[in-house]
Design a binder for this molecule. Structure first.
Ligand SMILES: *Cc1c(COP(=O)(O)O)cnc(C)c1O
Length: 399
């Protein structure tokens, strides 16, 4: 099948089809740990030219192959690998491409799990890290590169201020200086941004979020060249960040509606961001789709079809206002995570970053009144009405 010319929706629905060798319209769940061997065990190798062998599910499984075909096609990458979580995807990439004593360049405001994993490498394996403060400044990235720089890691848009990084610029820098580049594509999804098509070596996502899309599974994906994905697979086969076939099946089902879901969520986000800018209780809105955002011009160049559905906004009332706001919402649920059909809100100062030191919070751009909002696919008017309830609760504090 020539899937290259298909649009995103057709790709998401049909690209994995050749991995279903029954005639069922939906793929069965291959809930098996092991496969009958038709050849000797030597057949259980995997190279850039072949598929992962049917051998043992830690090596591969038809439900994984199906998801991998869809993700590779959406990301416009040669190949993809599905893992048990976004974090295990990062751990696999680091294990595959970093050596003790290497140097990494990464943004100062980074997903907390990825930051902690890098810091663990720093403490235990002598990894050195340069943290980038202004991700829009390509010179700051370039100046950070050293002889032993093995990886440039970017997140765009990033958490929680939706900071933008110029992916084509980073890709060019990486190629010129001989450094592998990696983009966390969780927030943008391959619907809005395809890092590999812009020249980035590896696109890694927490599939727990938009790809799965229903807050009902934990998974990760890595997309890149045949050679890089085989290198990751070689690590994964040994360390075992293996997804369950049932979860892979759910992920594939979620991927089929990825395009519809994220377009609707991004429409909601665009409309809500414009509305939030006018609310007297809001001092700042971070959304790359509004022209006030410092990364808007770069985002408009590298994101297609929309600006995603993640945003942050800051309440003038600080910590207490943030807490009250969340408590009085009826539709939007207070929870970590993002990317599901339902809207979720997070108040980092009282939730994920409750015990984070003030100077670290300042570096990450987390103020006491900051709310991170994962806009779902509910009706726009109902979301606005819910946010109004939050504003009224925050206002009541001042009376
Ligand atoms: C959630 C998340 C991760 C980690 O993924 P898990 O599936 O939770 O392991 C990594 N990066 C970003 C940007 C995320 O939002």
């Amino acid at each position: 099948m020539n899937t290259r010319d298909w649009g995103l929706s057709t790709t998401a629905i049909h690209a994995g089809r050749e991995h279903n060798d029954t005639r069922s319209v939906t793929t069965p769940i291959y809930q098996t740990s092991v496969f009958e061997l038709l050849e000797n065990a030597e057949g259980a190798e995997f190279s850039a030219a072949t598929e992962p062998p049917r051998f043992y599910t830690r090596w591969g499984n038809p439900n994984f192959s199906e998801v991998e075909a869809v993700v590779a096609a959406l990301e416009k990458a040669e190949r993809a690998l599905v893992t048990s979580s976004g974090m295990s995807a990062f751990a696999t990439v680091f294990e595959a491409f970093l050596q003790p004593g290497d140097h990494v360049v990464a943004p100062a405001a980074l997903y907390l799990g990825t930051e902690q994993l890098l810091r663990r490498w720093e403490a235990r394996r002598g990894l050195r890290i340069t943290w980038i403060r202004n991700t829009l400044d390509l010179q700051e990235w370039e100046d950070a590169i050293e002889d032993r720089t093995a990886l440039i890691l970017v997140e765009t848009p990033s958490n929680p201020t939706l900071a933008i990084t110029d992916l084509a610029g980073i890709a060019e820098l990486g190629r010129r200086r001989g450094v592998r580049t990696l983009a966390d594509n969780t927030f943008a999804t391959p619907v809005f941004t395809r890092p590999v098509a812009l020249g980035i070596d590896l696109s890694v996502s927490s599939a727990t979020k938009y790809m799965g899309g229903h807050s009902d599974l934990v998974a990760g994906v890595i997309a890149g060249s045949d050679a890089d994905i085989v290198a990751c697979w070689t690590v994964a086969k040994l360390t075992g960040p293996t997804l369950d076939p049932m979860a892979a099946w759910l992920l594939h089902r979620g991927l089929k509606t990825l395009h519809l879901r994220v377009m609707r969520a991004a429409d909601n986000a665009q409309s809500l961001a414009a509305w939030l800018l006018w609310q007297p209780q809001v001092s700042r809105v971070d959304y790359p789709g509004v022209k006030q955002h410092p990364g808007h011009a770069v985002a408009a160049r590298q994101m297609t079809g929309g600006f995603g559905a993640m945003m942050s906004f800051e309440l003038t009332g600080g910590l207490l206002a943030g807490q009250k706001f969340c408590e009085h919402l009826e539709i939007i649920t207070r929870a970590v995570s993002l990317g599901g059909v339902e809207s979720l809100i997070q108040h980092p100062a009282s939730m994920s970053h409750l015990r984070t030191a003030p100077e670290v919070k300042a570096r990450l751009g987390i103020s006491d009144g900051l709310l991170r909002f994962s806009v779902g696919i509910e009706d726009d008017a109902d979301l606005k009405a819910d946010l109004e309830r939050g504003f009224q609760a925050a206002d009541a504090l001042n009376r």
